[in-house]
Design a protein around this ligand. Sequence first.
Ligand SMILES: [Fe+2]
Length: 127
Amino acid sequence: MTKLRQIYKCNICGNVIEVVHPGAPALVCCGQPMELLVGNTVDASKEKHVPVIEAAENGIRVQVGSVEHPMEEKHFIQFIEVLTADKVYRAELAPGLKPEAWFPVKQEDILEVREYCNIHGLWKTNE
Ligand SMILES: [Fe+2]
């Protein structure tokens, strides 16, 4: 079974999907099983991907990452998500924008913050 909020990718066509209702034991795209993405938490390269959370007016601000990630046509942060017990907030980003977003969430309600880089995949906070 898939699980709520899991993110899968098709390594052939590049489709990225999020489960909003668990069902099939496997997701198939382009004739092969989609890959379940597991968020990385450790930055090893000079590019930083782990989301950084800070308090902001009426919520939080999330930046990717501790050193600002590139937002170029071929390499950029596609989205940032904040997960709470009963909500998923997603900011959709694009090349040329800053790799950050504001969310109307209290810090204590956060279960996980994750982001997706079109080249380096899924990353999450390691709290
Ligand atoms: Fe990246």
